[in-house]
Write a protein that binds this ligand. Structure first.
Ligand SMILES: [Zn+2]
Length: 325
C-alpha cells in the first residue's frame, strides 16, 4: 500500500479569513510509556509501574477548565482500556477524544499490517470508552515519516478524517523536514481525503524549528513561544500546541536512562504549568473537531492552491513557500 503523495494546501491569508483561534492538544500517556524510555521500560512491564496518568490528566483538565479552554485529547489505547472513566471525564468536560495508538510503538518500526492492527484496536477501545466515533489520530513520537506514508492510507481506511503526526522538522527520532507547516489534505491512494494538522514551527534561514509543544514549550524561553504566536497570528494561522499529562508532574518517579533522554523528559517539569497558563491566558483555543467544523462552514478556509503540487508530489509532502514564519 502506498500513499499517492498528492497534496493540496489551504490558503487562509486572504481578507475573507475568519479570526484565528489556536488548537490545544494533549497526548494522554503515562510517564513510563514515552519513546525516550522505550529501551529501558519493557512494554510487558507497564502493568507493574505505578500509574499517574489519571491524576496528571485531571490536572490538565483542571488547568484547561480554569481558562475555559477546550482541546483534543489523544489517548493511548492501553490507557483508555485501563481507565475508561478518564476518557469519559475528558469528554464530559468538553474535550474531543482522539487516538494516540494502542501500544505507543513508533509507526516506522511497524509493518503496515501491525500498524493497522494497533490502530484498529486503539480506535475500538477508545470509542467503547467514550461512546462516540473517533476521527483524529496522532502517532507516537510523531513517527509518521517519509518511510511510512502508507500509514496515512490506513488511517483513512480505518475511518479517521484527520491526522496530526507529521512534524516538518529535522530530528533524530522523527520529522519530515520538507513537509508543509500549515494544514493540508492528503489525497490518499484509496481516494479518501485525510486532513493533516502539523504541530507549530518557526522558520528561520530556510529551516523549520519546533515551537509551542512538549519539551520545546518547557525548555525554550517563553519569548520564543510568544514569537511563534505573534508570527502565526500575523499570518492568520493557528498554533497547534501539544503537551503531555506527565509534563505537569515534577514529582514523577525518575527512570534510569541515558542523559539525553533524561534531559528531554525531565528538564523544566516544574515550569510547565506556568508556561501552559501563560498560553491559555493569552488566546482562545479550540479542538481539532471545531476547526474541521469551521472549515466545513467556510470552505474558503480549505481553498486549494495548486502552486505547490508538483514539488509536493516529488517527495510526498512539501513545504509551502507562500507563507513564512
Ligand atoms: Zn506519545
Amino acid at each position: 500500500m502506498t500513499n499517492s503523495g498528492h497534496i493540496s494546501e489551504r490558503s487562509t491569508g486572504g481578507a475573507d479569513a475568519v479570526p484565528r483561534a489556536h488548537v490545544l492538544s494533549v497526548d494522554v500517556e503515562d510517564y513510563f510509556q514515552v519513546e525516550a524510555f522505550a529501551g529501558h521500560v519493557a512494554r510487558e512491564s507497564w502493568e507493574r509501574w505505578p500509574s499517574r496518568v489519571v491524576e496528571n490528566t485531571q490536572r490538565v483538565l483542571d488547568l484547561f477548565e480554569a481558562h475555559q479552554a477546550r482541546g483534543t485529547f489523544f489517548f493511548v489505547g492501553w490507557v483508555a482500556a485501563r481507565f475508561p472513566n478518564l476518557v469519559r471525564e475528558a469528554q464530559a468536560r468538553g474535550h474531543e477524544i482522539a487516538c494516540h495508538s494502542y501500544s505507543h510503538r513508533t509507526v516506522y518500526r511497524l509493518t503496515p499490517k501491525e500498524f493497522r492492527e494497533d490502530t484498529h484496536r486503539a480506535k475500538r477501545v477508545i470509542e467503547d470508552a467514550c461512546g462516540t466515533a473517533v476521527q483524529g489520530y496522532r502517532a507516537p513520537s510523531w513517527s509518521i515519516t517519509k518511510d511510512c506514508l502508507w500509514a496515512l492510507d490506513i488511517l483513512a481506511e480505518e475511518g479517521f478524517t484527520y491526522d496530526s503526526s507529521i512534524y516538518p522538522i529535522h530530528h533524530d527520532l522523527y520529522g519530515v523536514p520538507g513537509a508543509k507547516r500549515f494544514p493540508y489534505t492528503h489525497d490518499c491512494a484509496n481516494g479518501l481525503p485525510l486532513r493533516e494538522f502539523p504541530p507549530a514551527t518557526l522558520r528561520f534561514a530556510g529551516t523549520n524549528f519546533p515551537v509551542a509543544g512538549g519539551g520545546y514549550l518547557r525548555i525554550f524561553p517563553s519569548a520564543y513561544t510568544e514569537l511563534a504566536f505573534r508570527k502565526f497570528e500575523s499570518m492568520r494561522e493557528r498554533v497547534v500546541v501539544y503537551l503531555h499529562p506527565w509534563e505537569l508532574d515534577p514529582e514523577q518517579p525518575r527512570i534510569r536512562a541515558p542523559l539525553k533522554s533524561r534531559l528531554r523528559h525531565y528538564t523544566n517539569l516544574g515550569r510547565m504549568k506556568s508556561r501552559v497558563e501563560t498560553i491559555l491566558g493569552r488566546d482562545k483555543f479550540l479542538r481539532f473537531c471545531d476547526v474541521l467544523e469551521e472549515e466545513r462552514c467556510a470552505p474558503a478556509l480549505r481553498q486549494e492552491s495548486h502552486a505547490e503540487l508538483a514539488a509536493a508530489a516529488a517527495i510526498g509532502l512539501a513545504e509551502s513557500e507562500g507563507t513564512q514564519g
